[in-house]
Design a protein around this ligand. Structure first.
Ligand code: EPU
Length: 360
């Protein structure tokens, strides 16, 4: 509090037509980890048209810009001295009701980057479209989903992305990147490799009306049976997946977390086979090109770290891949815990774990 009675820590918000500026803003409620951090300037953008001007202004002032979506895949270990742009643009549209040449008929739909992912999934199901049901209840915004190619229960979002519209900060123009250009792979895409270059504005999805449901992932059929569903439709699958997720994963609304903290590691098939001969129960999934995927959760649990806790930073006792802020952990404490896990798994198994969220 200064001598005019102004609290310099109190954020000030100024609303302009299509964006709102907060100076010295808390980011605590802006990420699902709920760690304390501040942005020198936080701007909520409601209309994309404001973005080029805001980026230009930041560049003129030599201030670094960070783009924030739903905040479910970022860990702040420090304050952000520049500008945080939070994209809150909304809009869901059916662009083409019937896309000729698609097997079993499909629709092309466009979702603005700021739409809430799970709401969008349910909107597609209500329109009689299939494909995204296995991705129900994943936290975050639509615009963030192509970046890490979100995936769950046997489906990856990249399968259904027709194109991504993005503002290219190197050319200051809007570009349309088709699925091939997005270079989707397991928890990976062009947007991870060209970090900071593209600001995703909207995503087009090509969604079939008829499609065999994917029920093979462990536990999905069992959940449908427990719900008393005989012949499942896509909405029942979304419901079943939501139930499984709720049971298996801590809810970011009540418990600070960002879902899986590490990717499942991809190693040589030889290393996977050598580990498997020593640890017969270790899950492995063969991949092409002499590679195999291991279960990061299994490796962490085998090191005795499931449920491990240091102060308010811990490993979930529900799922070993999820790091938790039990209350007042800082981002730096969570990151220190993550590095301890990486080191322990590396020493024990010779496998390097790669974090999934963006670490600031
Ligand atoms: N496992 C353990 N201990 C645990 C949890 C799992 O040993 O605490 C082993 C079990 O053998 C289990 C296997 O790991 O069978 C796989 O577990 P799970 O089905 O939970 O899948 P996951 O590979 O650990 C991935 C995604 C999740 C997604 C699930 C379901 C990654 C990094 N994570 O986890 O995504 O929900 O599959 O499809 O690929 C997320 O990205 O935030 C996320 C939660």
């Amino acid at each position: 509090m200064n001598d005019q009675g102004i609290d310099s820590n109190k954020p000030m918000a100024t609303a302009y037509g299509c964006y709102t500026v907060h100076e010295n803003a808390s980011l605590l409620d802006r990420t699902t980890f709920r760690v304390p951090a501040r942005a020198a300037t936080l701007i909520d953008v409601h209309e994309f048209d404001a973005v080029p001007g805001l980026l230009e202004e930041a560049a003129t002032q030599n201030r670094e810009v960070l783009i924030l979506g739903g905040g479910s895949n970022v860990l702040f270990t420090r304050d952000w001295p520049g500008v945080v742009l939070a994209l809150r643009t909304r809009g869901l549209d059916v662009i083409e009701q019937h896309v000729p040449g698609t097997p079993g008929d499909a629709a092309l739909v466009r979702a603005a980057a700021g739409e809430v992912w799970d709401d969008f999934v349910h909107w597609t199901l209500a329109h009689g479209l299939r494909g995204l049901e296995n991705l129900a209840l994943i936290p975050g915004s639509v615009g963030a989903t192509p970046i890490q190619n979100i995936g769950a229960y046997g489906v990856e979002v990249g399968e259904f992305v027709d194109a991504v519209s993005a503002y290219d900060r190197t050319t200051n123009s809007i570009v349309r990147l088709d699925r091939a250009a997005c270079a989707f792979a397991y928890r990976d895409s062009l947007f991870k490799h060209e970090s900071g270059r593209y600001l995703i504005t909207a995503v087009d999805f090509l969604l079939p009306r008829q499609r065999e449901l994917r029920l093979d992932y462990d536990g999905v059929r069992e959940e449908l049976a427990a719900m008393g569903v005989g012949v499942a439709d896509a909405r029942a699958v979304a419901h079943a997946i939501s139930r499984v997720r709720t049971r298996k994963l801590p809810d970011p609304v009540t418990t600070g977390n960002a879902g899986s903290f590490f990717k499942n590691p991809i190693v040589s098939a030889d290393l996977a086979a050598a580990l498997k001969s020593e640890y017969a129960r270790m899950p492995t999934w063969p991949l092409a090109d002499g590679l195999a995927k291991l279960s990061a959760a299994w490796l962490i649990e085998a090191c005795g770290l499931k449920g491990f806790r240091e102060g308010d930073a811990g490993v979930s006792d529900q799922h070993a891949l999820v790091l938790i802020n039990y209350g007042s952990a800082s981002g730096a404490q969570i990151w220190a815990l993550a590095r301890h896990i990486q080191q322990t798994v590396l020493t024990r198994f010779g496998v390097a774990l790669e974090p999934e969220p963006l670490i600031v």
